[in-house]
Design a protein around this ligand. Structure first.
Ligand code: ADP
Ligand code: 5GP
Length: 200
């Protein structure tokens, strides 16, 4: 019998390093599925359609909302983002853990539908460093960066409702903490006991 995978939400300010850390985490694990979101945002120069996001227009996005194809969706700094439900469910059914890189409004929606979801917040070591990372990424205008910084502080204040809080000082340490969290979550009695009881 296949044990169903778990869903992990990763939230944190834009530019904190979520993509960087998740890329490194995914490299070391083949039982982990990264949920590719749909967005109405314009692709950044290094972003590939279907890999980083499904880049779609607002009309298509609204069509998908109408067909109830999103597990959750939200508006973030002027663009829409949503998690396609089917891929998440297929991956979980096949026994894979699923990672959702989504902001806090989306996290609230997922947890109200699926309270067993594990929420991890990734924070920057300082606000100065967050501004430096956003600037170094070179993908946002100074105005968008200031907008994202204001949003980041608001988000950090709500992080108390999350299950774990990881500070992305170095990528290596952040990945090590995420691996430890994933490991610990699979040691919960709720999961282990049913596995043992199903054995001969
Ligand atoms: P997010 O996905 O959270 O928006 P990115 O992964 O795009 O953030 O990272 C934003 C920038 O910060 C990138 O230029 C990335 O190389 C850099 N970065 C990420 N993690 C670290 C780290 N631990 N130390 C220094 N720079 C980092
Ligand atoms: P970015 O534009 O920097 O790629 O992402 C902006 C924010 O949108 C990030 O906080 C990211 O976690 C969030 N995000 C990405 N995909 C989704 C999604 O499918 N749903 C929600 N609610 N947020 C998302």
């Amino acid at each position: 019998m296949i044990t169903k995978g778990k869903t992990f939400i990763i939230s944190g300010p834009s530019g904190v390093g979520k993509s960087t850390v998740l890329h490194a985490l995914l490299e070391g694990r083949d039982n982990l599925y990264f949920s590719v979101s749909a967005t109405t945002r314009t692709p950044r120069p290094n972003e590939v359609d279907g890999v980083h996001y499904h880049f779609i227009d607002v009309h298509h996005f609204q069509e998908l909302i109408g067909k109830d194809e999103f597990l959750e969706y939200a508006e973030y700094v002027g663009n829409f983002y949503g998690t396609p439900k089917k891929y998440v469910d297929d991956a979980m059914e096949s026994g894979k853990d699923v990672i959702l890189d989504i902001e806090i409004q989306g996290a609230v929606q997922v947890c109200s539908k699926r309270p067993e979801t594990v929420r991890i917040f990734i924070a920057p070591p300082s606000w100065k460093e967050l501004e430096r990372r956003l600037t170094a990424r070179g993908t946002d205008t100074p105005e968008k960066i200031q907008e994202r910084l204001i949003r980041a502080k608001v988000e950090c204040q709500t992080a108390n409702s999350y299950d774990y809080f990881v500070i992305n000082d170095t990528v290596e340490e952040a990945v090590a903490e995420l691996n430890a969290i994933l490991c610990a979550e699979h040691c919960r009695p709720s999961e282990r006991i049913s596995q043992i009881l199903n054995r001969e």
